[in-house]
Design a protein around this ligand. Structure first.
Ligand SMILES: C[S@@+](CC[C@H](N)C(=O)[O-])C[C@H]1O[C@@H](n2cnc3c(N)ncnc32)[C@H](O)[C@@H]1O
Length: 203
């Protein structure tokens, strides 16, 4: 599994990244149109900033978050200590290609900058399709292969885990996820949007 370089870890854990995440979570919540009764999954939550923003901006009935890196989950555990005292937040070390959740559990899955770290990134998208309820929303923000090779070239990334927008859309369709409208951009990412799990889709 690809690990982040020291430089990327520093950037991901910087105040600048936290500032951008506030905008991203607000945008995801606008796209997903969730009620506080929703069950939300924060995939690749890193140090838990996005998770705490989901609590601050929606406070969903149930919230799960995971990351592959135990040191990031430790940081998240400290940040979210108060919320972890009740049963409404589930935080774990887990792999996006083998999510420890039952089928059709979530109303929404959010992720920023995670899938391009996963060598078998299509398996991660299949897992998103599996854990979403029919009609559930997947809000994503990723860099394209072109962006990884250009803007992000000082950060080492395995080329097999990158994709272009067409490959991304095709893999979403294979996972039973239909993209709504054109792909969009955010400051760090050029493959952003929301996809809906097909109603009645078997995973
Ligand atoms: C660029 S960071 C993004 C972190 C956070 N989502 C953010 O927006 O700042 C990528 C994150 O993906 C996690 N990650 C990489 N591979 C993963 C996998 N297979 N399953 C879950 N998380 C993974 C890394 O540990 C890291 O926290």
């Amino acid at each position: 599994m690809a690990e982040m370089s020291a430089l990327e870890r520093w950037l991901v854990n910087s105040p600048f990244r936290a500032w951008l995440q506030r905008r991203e979570v607000r945008t995801f919540l606008r796209w997903a149109k969730l009620s506080p009764d929703a069950c939300v999954l924060d995939m690749g939550c890193g140090r838990g900033v996005s998770t705490s923003l989901i609590i601050e901006q929606l406070n969903p009935r149930c919230l799960s978050a995971f990351d592959f890196d135990p040191s990031m989950v430790d940081l998240a555990r400290r940040r979210l200590a108060r919320r972890l005292q009740d049963d409404s937040l589930d935080l774990r070390v887990a792999d996006a290609t083998e999510m420890p959740y039952e089928d059709g559990l979530f109303d929404a899955v959010f992720e920023s900058g995670v899938v391009h770290h996963v060598p078998d990134w299509k398996a991660a998208l299949r897992e998103v399709g599996r854990v979403l309820k029919p009609g559930g929303r997947f809000c994503f923000a990723e860099p394209s292969r072109k962006k990884v090779r250009g803007f992000y070239r000082i950060l080492p990334h395995a080329i097999e885990s990158t994709f272009d927008p067409e490959e991304w859309q095709a893999a979403l369709a294979e996972a039973g996820l239909r993209v709504e409208g054109p792909l969009r951009s955010m400051p760090l990412w050029d493959i952003c949007g929301v996809a809906t799990k097909n109603a009645g889709e078997r995973s």
